[in-house]
Write a protein of this length. Structure first.
Length: 203
């Protein structure tokens, strides 16, 4: 009987164990994400909240919100909005709680616009503000993004913003779990074939 190569076997067993552990971790993450999506779906039907320092974007995402933005004219910035063309963003200091946040005023098919906004009442739903950090920095810094109100109805004479959609929060964890389990099975099969070839070579 051919003895198993100890070092190679230990490496394969450790790798397979890690893959299986990652698969079960992804299953756990899938359950967490499903609970989060259920909460977000409930947020779509919840009463509007007033924006204060107590707004928790993790739990209040997609919930309708309102505030009054104080101060004079706010500088706007333009960013791409996919099929909607471009979106105009403005800074807001909420008079209800003094919290600074971003307001997505509305959309426009043209990148250049003369729209101006002097503050005032804002109603809409909560989403994360655009994240200016690099992909590398986001990988190490898990800070919760600042909240943004997507105005509904739009402001400054702009076109409507997109409606809130749970499709913006993907839940791919079960497919990731399947991939890790498939990798583990593949590694065992490949190692088994390698051992079989090794035995035939010595026969």
């Amino acid at each position: 009987m051919t003895r198993l190569p100890i070092l190679a076997t230990l490496v394969v067993v450790a790798a397979v164990a890690a893959m299986v552990a990652l698969g079960f971790w992804q299953l756990g993450r899938a359950s967490e994400k499903e609970a989060l999506l259920a909460r977000y779906e409930a947020n779509l039907r919840s009463a509007p909240l007033e924006v204060t320092d107590r707004v928790d974007l993790d739990s209040d995402l997609f919930r309708r919100a309102r505030t009054i933005c104080g101060g004079g004219p706010r500088p706007t910035r333009i960013e791409g909005a996919g099929k909607f063309g471009f979106r105009l963003l403005a800074d807001c200091t909420a008079m209800d709680g003094g919290r600074t946040l971003v307001v997505q005023l509305g959309t426009t098919p043209r990148p250049a616009t003369g729209a101006r906004w002097n503050g005032g009442p804002v109603a809409g739903y909560l989403t994360p503000a655009p994240d200016k950090r690099s992909v590398l920095r986001r990988g190490f810094d898990h800070a919760v993004p600042d909240p943004m109100i997507v105005a509904d109805p739009p402001l400054a004479g702009l076109s409507a913003n997109p409606a809130p959609s749970l499709a913006e929060v993907p839940n791919n964890h079960r497919s990731y779990a399947f991939q890790w389990f498939a990798f583990a099975v593949s590694a065992l099969i490949i190692y088994g074939l390698a051992l079989r070839g090794r035995r035939k070579g010595r026969a």
